[in-house]
Design a protein around this ligand. Structure first.
Ligand code: GLN
Length: 482
């Protein structure tokens, strides 16, 4: 591929890399060098990474090549570079959540997904930038500076997994992992023109994912294409006895059904979807319905009346859980400490210095929503709305196999456009939040371009554990994307 960025590199898919490395056609060491060179060349302007693990990646690649040379199979992700969002614990390697408060902290253990990736032969190439503690939709809330969209450096990559999305879009790694609490994988994937998947809640272990809102958080893959995302999701999913919310079943099986097409599938069009998507995005959604219809799917109109309340419920539930999860950062056990006269003053000074504005806003909102006298009026009601949303989706899924929506209301916006208006930033999550509240899977698949030639993502939603059907629809859209 040759594009306006000056890259002349062929985009390498994870599936191809693993095949070539396993069959001794390509050396893992060469794959890693090519990606490190690309990082060296362009990450100064993109800033996808908080930390590049060049030495570790080279060592790991050498091990993999040694395995192949003695006839040992390194696994399904042999030699595939993976970029990890910097809220996933890596033993002995700084993990910051892009927050000053975790400065200098090195986790004493690996996240479960890190072990799974390693066992599958993957090479962790670096830790990617995010909105502080995954709170945001533009990666401008990082304490270490914003990430830029590789398609247009004056625009945001989306967030909060903006570093992971940009890393794939800039070809720094063929795949990355993000986390999605209200849309943080799918929205940046849409804005950067890559595939992004939020799996069913509990399908991927959260052990070692630093918690934002525990009842909503999920880890998922981002990739150049649907097949790569399927391969990575198969690798990282499956029961983990160390995560009590992990589903009691084996890894998801997706790849073998990818090419089954959509003939006979019922694809839902939500007639009462909240407004707010821009015309270019809506137009691509209409083209998506047309394409799926011509591929043999039936398009069915459905209502999901409570969809529109998702945003309100989320912005009570997520901050409430965050206020509790972030209470542990008090200058005692983790990261930075600001000294003060006594213990209470030290807690306050540490948290005042260590957290950014958005994180403080969420902690205050959450603490308020949970406080005596307000609990029933805010948090309690939000939980009732959450149940309504689940009931409405369950009813819609009696009539259809999947639902389509925009992934993001617009293409990538200019940096600074929404930083002074939190509500405008929150509205980026309108279409992604409901599936976090229900626990169902959702994914964004690139589907052509909109305003200024920037990527548009279509979101495919499916009922819990129906990832294989969701991926089939995404694969069809990918084959037919202009
Ligand atoms: N943008 C949403 C928020 O700020 C979602 C974040 C996420 O999914 N981690 O909360």
């Amino acid at each position: 591929m040759s594009d306006e960025t000056g890259s002349s590199q062929i985009l390498e898919s994870a599936v191809d890399i693993a095949w070539n490395v396993r069959n001794n056609i390509t050396k893992a060491a060469d794959v890693v060098e090519r990606h490190l060179a690309e990082i060296e060349r362009r990450d100064g302007e993109v800033h996808a990474f908080n930390l590049v693990l060049a030495d570790e990646a080279r060592e790991r690649a050498a091990e993999i090549d040694d395995d192949v040379s003695v006839g040992r199979d390194p696994g399904p992700l042999a030699g595939v570079p993976v970029a990890l969002k910097d809220n996933m614990c890596t033993r002995g390697i700084p993990t910051t959540c892009s927050s000053k408060i975790l400065d200098g902290w090195k986790p004493p253990y690996d996240a479960t997904i890190v072990g799974k990736l390693r066992d599958a032969g993957a090479v962790i190439i670096g830790k990617t930038n995010l909105d502080e503690f995954a709170m945001g939709s533009s990666t401008e809330n990082s304490a270490f500076g914003a990430t830029h969209n590789p398609h247009d450096l004056s625009r945001v990559p989306g967030g909060s997994s903006g570093g992971s999305a940009a890393a794939v879009a800039a070809n720094f790694a063929p795949v990355s992992l993000g986390s999605d609490t209200g849309g943080s994988i799918r929205q940046p994937a849409a804005l950067c023109g890559v595939v992004g998947v939020k799996p069913t809640y509990g399908a991927v272990s959260r052990l070692g994912l630093i918690a934002f809102a525990s009842s909503l958080d999920q880890i998922g893959p981002m990739a150049h294409n649907v097949a790569d995302a399927a391969l990575v999701l198969e690798t990282i999913s499956g029961h983990d006895p160390m995560d009590s919310t992990s589903i009691q079943q084996g890894p998801l099986e997706i790849s073998k059904e990818l090419d089954w097409g959509v003939a006979g599938l019922r694809v839902g069009r939500i007639t009462d979807l909240p407004e707010g998507a821009s015309p270019d995005v809506n137009e691509r959604l209409e083209v998506a319905y047309d394409e799926l219809r011509s591929a043999g799917a039936e398009i069915v109109d459905v209502e999901v009346p409570a969809f529109t309340y998702g945003l309100t419920a989320y912005y009570l539930i997520a901050p409430a859980e965050a206020s509790s999860n972030l209470a542990r950062y008090d200058g005692v056990r983790f990261g930075s400490r600001t000294e003060a006269a006594d213990t209470n003053a030290m807690y306050m000074a540490t948290r005042t210095d260590g957290f950014g504005d958005e994180v403080k806003r969420r902690i205050m909102l959450g603490t308020y929503a949970l406080s005596a006298g307000y609990y029933d009026a805010y948090y309690g009601r939000a939980l009732k709305v959450r149940r309504r949303i689940s009931a409405d989706f369950a009813k819609a899924y009696e009539q259809v196999d999947v639902l389509l929506t925009p992934a993001s209301p617009s293409v990538a916006f200019k940096m600074g456009d929404k930083t002074s208006d939190p509500m405008a930033m929150y509205l980026c999550d309108t279409y992604t939040i409901p599936s976090n509240l229900t626990g169902d899977p959702g994914m964004s698949v690139p589907f052509g371009t909109g305003e200024s030639g920037l990527p548009v993502g279509v979101q495919v939603l499916a009922p819990a554990l129906q990832e294989s059907v969701m991926f089939r629809v995404a694969a069809e859209l990918e084959r037919r994307s202009a």
